[in-house]
Design a binder for this molecule. Structure first.
Ligand SMILES: Cc1cc2nc3c(=O)[nH]c(=O)nc-3n(C[C@H](O)[C@H](O)[C@H](O)COP(=O)(O)OP(=O)(O)OC[C@H]3O[C@@H](n4cnc5c(N)ncnc54)[C@H](O)[C@@H]3O)c2cc1C
Length: 414
């Protein structure tokens, strides 16, 4: 039996719950904050970015079963209704093509419970989901707070920030993504490796003319167009079921959403050593240079593929270095825990990282809420970590294997 933990009441007026300090306002950290807020647990999120829109957040997310359940658990009902109303519902499949757009196969995605709650597979703009997750958290999320480490003193944990300030709580959660400073201190043996594959990623407006030109089977969750020399183009439609701004007015007027157009999220992927340039050159390249590099790589491909790439909105293009966590054995539990990419970052090749981060957040919310019913803090976090490690590292391995198969990525060590 573990020793009962005496709670330190940082805000004695709040409740008998622990105060939770979260580092990182990505999808996982915000989902946790929503859940804890709903459960009545005191929480503060500290984000390095100076503002919500300080940095491009990526384009599109495939929300599968785990993510859907997590969102339905943590979000206030009107915010979850808004996600349901907006999220696109493409065919529940991944469609394969060769570089001449000849079909190579259809992989039907599990549809375990396309239920009354929401279909198992939906697609949403990442910025829209983040805006919804930030709603109602103005007094909880603090921007411009770059964490540099933490100190533990008994049951109190103190996060330190670059500006010299600190935040104290009885639980510290690392939700600070793949470069987590908390993980570096808490689990110095946990490594992140470079898979050597690179993506160039951007948006294409889905005009009526382009919609008519696409094969109907392309209105799937994801299309994988694979060509010789381990070259790959991923095409994913992002179609709103209802205009986000109008849906917000109807369902959750407190959410400020802007009008948005349907798009294709389009990525090109290849190993860096076959791209003929360095990471520095990729980072320094303009949108036009990135597009031209990809067009060179696609010489001889089907004209519709090159036309889609030509239609990239140049300002939306950026390169991505694909890295992955290396699974490690379980560690002794403490009041410093982790979720999402901070502990199990994975290649996007299985489209699972955000879903698992959301799953972690909902599971950690449930675990911390159990303290109400008399569980000890360490027992609750221990149970959360066991399931999180199992599920997270399983998906890390599966994603890395997909990346190796599709793009010739370096396999995970071990
Ligand atoms: C091209 C691409 C496509 C993808 N598509 C999908 C998909 O369709 N479905 C899916 O499930 N997953 C997808 N993923 C994976 C997904 O993006 C990640 O797994 C997910 O964003 C992880 O969420 P997180 O909250 O753990 O971390 P992050 O989203 O990385 O958030 C971490 C936050 O912590 C902040 N932070 C970092 N350091 C500090 C610090 N020192 N102090 C304070 N704050 C800090 C960061 O600024 C950031 O806001 C994709 C990934 C890529 C690259």
């Amino acid at each position: 039996m573990s020793t009962p933990v005496r709670y330190v009441l940082i805000n004695p007026e709040a409740s008998l719950f622990p105060h939770v300090v979260v580092i990182g306002a990505g999808l996982g950290g915000l989902c946790l904050a929503q859940g804890l807020r709903r459960a009545g647990i005191s929480v503060a999120v500290n984000e390095r970015d100076t503002a919500e829109a300080a940095r491009a957040q990526g384009h599109r997310l495939h929300i599968a079963e785990r993510g859907r359940w997590a969102l339905s658990e943590v979000l206030p009902p009107q915010l979850f209704s808004l996600v349901r109303a907006i999220a696109g519902r493409p065919a529940s499949q991944v469609t394969g093509f060769d570089h001449q757009l000849r079909p190579t196969g259809v992989f039907t995605l599990d549809d375990p419970a396309s239920s009354d709650v929401m279909p198992a597979h939906t697609v949403i703009d990442r910025r829209v989901l983040r805006r919804i997750l930030l709603t109602g958290l103005d007094d909880v999320v603090h921007f411009g707070r770059c964490c540099v480490g933490y100190d533990r003193d008994g049951e109190v944990v103190t996060a330190r920030f670059a500006d010299g300030s600190t935040a104290q709580g009885s639980v510290l959660v690392a939700a600070d993504g793949i470069g987590s400073v908390i993980r570096a201190q808490r689990l110095p043996n946990a490594r992140v490796v470079d898979s050597r594959t690179r993506l160039i990623y951007g948006r294409v407006p889905l005009t009526p003319e382009l919609r008519d030109a696409l094969p109907p089977t392309m209105f799937s969750v994801f299309n994988s167009v694979a060509g010789p020399g381990d070259r790959f183009v991923g095409i994913a439609p992002v179609e709103y079921r209802e205009q986000p701004a109008a849906a917000a007015v109807r369902l959750a007027p407190e959410v400020a959403l802007e009008p948005a157009l349907d798009t294709l999220a389009v990525m090109f992927g290849r190993r860096l050593d076959r791209l003929g340039c360095s990471d520095q050159e990729l980072r320094a390249a303009s949108g036009r240079e990135l597009r031209d590099l990809v067009l060179e790589q696609l010489a001889g491909w089907h004209p519709l593929v090159t036309e889609i790439v030509e239609r990239w909105t140049l300002s939306t293009l950026f390169p991505i270095r694909i890295r992955s966590s290396v699974p490690i054995p379980p560690w002794p539990t403490s009041n410093v825990t982790l979720l999402g990419d901070a502990i199990h970052a994975m290649s996007p090749a299985a489209g699972a990282g955000a879903n698992i981060a959301l799953r972690d957040a909902a599971a950690l919310t449930r675990a911390l809420a159990e303290i109400l019913t008399g569980r000890t803090l360490l027992a609750a976090i221990g149970d959360y970590e066991r399931a999180m490690i199992d599920e997270g590292f399983r998906m890390v391995r599966l994603s890395a294997a997909n990346d190796t198969r599709t793009l010739g990525a370096d396999p995970l060590p071990g």
